[in-house]
Write a protein that binds this ligand. Structure first.
Ligand code: NAD
Ligand code: TYD
Length: 351
């Protein structure tokens, strides 16, 4: 049985990737390495935690000696690297944590993989999960990010992700390590930490709290259902060409204000409120510093070369997401109260 290391598997996207690999690929033993920061939550994985091909490893990718020891002990065959600090607003107040985890952490994994795989490099794969935010901000409505778009990151988060992407490519070029990188647009769906726009609004609508819209709400994002992203990662892991980059997106651009209004309408219906009730919670607030205007992905390469495409329409995905949050109120309450950090107390200490 092959051994795959998935980092950041207790987080939002990582938990969906871990679940998919554990359930679909019995030829792999899945090792989930996660520090369990505020964003890591093992309650995301209760359905598969007893699976015979799954092991959780608690640890910090910034700790080089720890990462080296882990690779020496387990000799992972392949890596899918998702662990990161992922929230732009946090990167504005605490950029250094992003440099440590996203840049130094990625370098530590690359070094440990290179050392472990040096005698048979071509038999391994280091798959790095990145974001469309590395391409910067689009101002011309006709433009889309392609795999050839030059990097132009604008926030400390996207700059740290760009740094990690460059390192991964450097290991391909310099050491011939087989690598692949995907740059995906904004994900949404079950298990997303309620600091990001969609789960934050679902939570606030449910609790009749203000919906903070940065600036005028005219910034545009492309949204993809998280399970569709996990499917894309599976496809690229198995069929992607080493050295290549693939953009992943939902062909689904929304201005923030239009998205939040749609969410309000769905929530009014689900909560049995009169139409227009939740929209009253919309509150315009000070804009995010350096707020990127628009992200838009051209995902034709992965569609044409690897045959992946999104499976869900946006409204359908949003409905599923709202249903999940409304029927998992305990998850949301634990996350917003901090109780989830005590959930596994005694088993794993947490920050
Ligand atoms: P997340 O914040 O929900 O999860 C990140 C996970 O990484 C958490 O479980 C956390 O505990 C873990 N982690 C953080 N620092 C660590 C460290 N030093 N050592 C070990 N583990 C650590 O993030 P997410 O939204 O699931 O994003 C996952 C990846 O996908 C990230 O690399 C992110 O840049 C990328 N991405 C995210 C989106 C999005 O819309 N969320 C879009 C494109 C790409
Ligand atoms: P977010 O979910 O933080 O993702 P990202 O910044 O990586 O795109 O934000 C999505 C968009 O929503 C972004 O344009 C910022 C905006 N936003 C708000 O208007 N209000 C909020 O409370 C948040 C969290 C985001």
């Amino acid at each position: 049985m092959k051994k795959i290391l998935i980092t950041g598997g207790a987080g939002f996207i990582g938990s969906h990737v871990v679940r998919l690999f554990v359930n679909r690929h019995s030829d792999y033993h899945v090792f989930n390495l996660d520090k369990l920061t505020y964003a890591g939550n093992l309650a995301n994985l209760t359905d598969i935690e007893q699976a015979p091909n799954y092991t959780f490893l608690k640890g910090d990718i910034v700790d080089a000696a720890f990462v080296d020891g882990l690779f020496a002990e387990h000799r992972f065959d392949d890596v899918i690297h998702l662990a990161a600090e992922s929230h732009v607003d946090r990167s504005i107040t605490d950029p250094l944590s992003f440099v440590y985890t996203n840049v130094v952490g990625t370098a530590n994994l690359l070094n440990a993989a290179r050392r472990t795989w040096q005698d048979d490099l071509p038999n391994h794969l280091f798959y790095h999960i990145s974001t469309d935010e590395v391409y910067g901000s689009l101002h011309n409505p006709e433009e889309f990010f392609t795999e050839e778009t030059p990097y132009d990151p604008q926030s400390p988060y996207s700059a740290s992700k760009a740094g990690s992407d460059h390192l991964v490519r450097a290991y391909y070029n310099t050491y011939k390590m087989p690598v692949v990188i995907t740059n995906c647009s904004n994900n949404y769906g079950p298990n997303q930490f309620p600091e990001k726009l969609i789960p934050l609004c679902i939570h606030n609508i449910a609790h009749n709290k203000p919906l903070p819209i940065y600036g005028k709400g005219e910034n545009v994002r492309d949204w993809l259902y998280v399970v569709d992203h996990a499917r894309a990662i599976d496809v690229v892991f198995h069929q992607g060409k080493p050295g290549e980059t693939y953009n992943i997106g939902g062909f689904n651009e929304w201005r923030n204000i239009d998205l939040v209004r749609l969410l309000c309408r769905i929530m009014d219906r689900k909560l049995g409120r009169p139409e227009g009730e939740s929209e009253k919670l919309i509150t315009y607030v000070t804009d995010r510093a350096g707020h990127d205007l628009r992200y838009a992905i051209d995902a034709k390469k992965i569609m044409h070369e690897l045959g992946w495409k999104p499976s869900l329409q946006f409204e359908e995905g949003l409905e599923k997401t709202v249903d999940w949050y409304l029927s998992n109120t305990e998850w949301l309450t634990n996350v917003t109260s901090g109780a989830y950090k005590h959930y596994y107390q005694g088993q794993y200490e947490s920050r």
